[in-house]
Design a protein around this ligand. Structure first.
Ligand code: GDP
Ligand code: MG
Length: 146
């Protein structure tokens, strides 16, 4: 029997600009190269979705389909965002483990509303991260890859 770990695939979902591509790049390559995500792309183990996928209900089924290819789904809301694009319990329709990430906590902005909205969306566990805080990324990665 192989002890080799299967590479986990992670679907990243969140509004444009919340930090999905930066997180995927930073974890995969150690730094971010800016590009606007126009289509679903693979970065390392991450399936990166354009923000438009969650901003337009016509694309929800795209998210649902891509969740089938993922082992884990991450819903992301940046610190300071008081609104949510996630319908209540949206995570429950994905048939995958869904965790929440509050991004950009280095800005010092409010994390309580994002935490609340991530929970309402169906995230079972919530991490607070900043791409400028390696320790926060380590904690997230430890959970993702454990
Ligand atoms: N302060 C701060 N800015 C971040 C962080 N992560 C991403 N950003 C910035 O947020 C902007 C949008 O990031 P991007 O990854 O393109 O968002 P996406 O549309 O969700 O893929 C970029 O200018 C990033 O540099 C973070 O942890 N802290
Ligand atoms: Mg992007």
């Amino acid at each position: 029997m192989s002890t080799e770990k299967k590479e986990k695939r992670i679907l990243l979902v969140g509004r444009s600009g919340c930090g999905k591509t930066t997180l995927a790049d930073t974890i995969t390559h150690g730094s971010a190269t800016y590009h606007k995500t126009q289509a679903i792309t693979r970065v390392g183990n991450f399936i990166d979705t354009p923000g438009e996928y969650m901003e337009n209900p016509n694309y929800y089924r795209g998210i649902i389909l891509h969740a089938y290819d993922a082992d884990l789904v991450i819903f992301m809301i940046p610190a300071g965002d008081e609104t949510t694009i996630f319908p209540p319990s949206f995570g429950n329709s994905l048939n995958r483990e869904v965790i929440g990430v509050v991004s950009k906590v280095d800005t010092g902005k409010d994390v309580e509303a994002p935490r609340r909205n991530l929970k309402l969306a169906g995230a079972t566990k919530i991490f607070e991260i900043s791409v400028h805080d390696e320790e926060s990324l380590k904690q997230l990665c430890n959970y993702i890859y454990s």
